[in-house]
Design a protein around this ligand. Sequence first.
Ligand code: HEC
Length: 141
Amino acid sequence: MSPGFTSQMARNIFYGGTLFFALLFAVLIFDTESRIPARSNVAELTPAVVRGKHLWETRNCIGCHTLLGEGAYFAPELGNVYKRRGPDFIKAWIKTQPTKIPGRRQMPQFDFSEAQLDDLVEFLKWTNGVNTEKWPPNIEG
Ligand code: HEC
């Protein structure tokens, strides 16, 4: 340490640096929080979407599937399944499980009503609208 560097200076750097980065952290938190409503499509959170999410949680879809990368890796990612397959495919698919095709992983039959299937589709449509910064990189990803 050079003789000109006093413990007073060290203390000032410590407190000044701590204050600067604490304030920077607060600004970044505020910035992130203020962007969430636009990024998460909160305006499109209809009651049907909420009902669909409830089905998603109570039937443990996440126990096999990932949604926007979170969940289990047994079955395909469903964050973009609305764009990838479309609403009619999703409903028909869920209705016709399990496929019982030998060698393929199986999905259970949930015996959903038509209204419940519509709610699930609404939830998957909403999820598909979340801004994920172009993730996954390709449609089948
Ligand atoms: C026990 C595991 C399991 C659970 C629980 C499960 N799935 Fe699946 N799901 C699968 C498997 C495995 C596949 C792929 C099967 C195949 O390709 O033959 C699949 C495929 C799908 C597909 C088609 C995906 C695509 O890319 O074509 C949709 C849509 C789907 N599941 C929706 C759901 C929903 C909604 C729930 C909850 C209500 C759910 N799954 C619960 C195992 C599961």
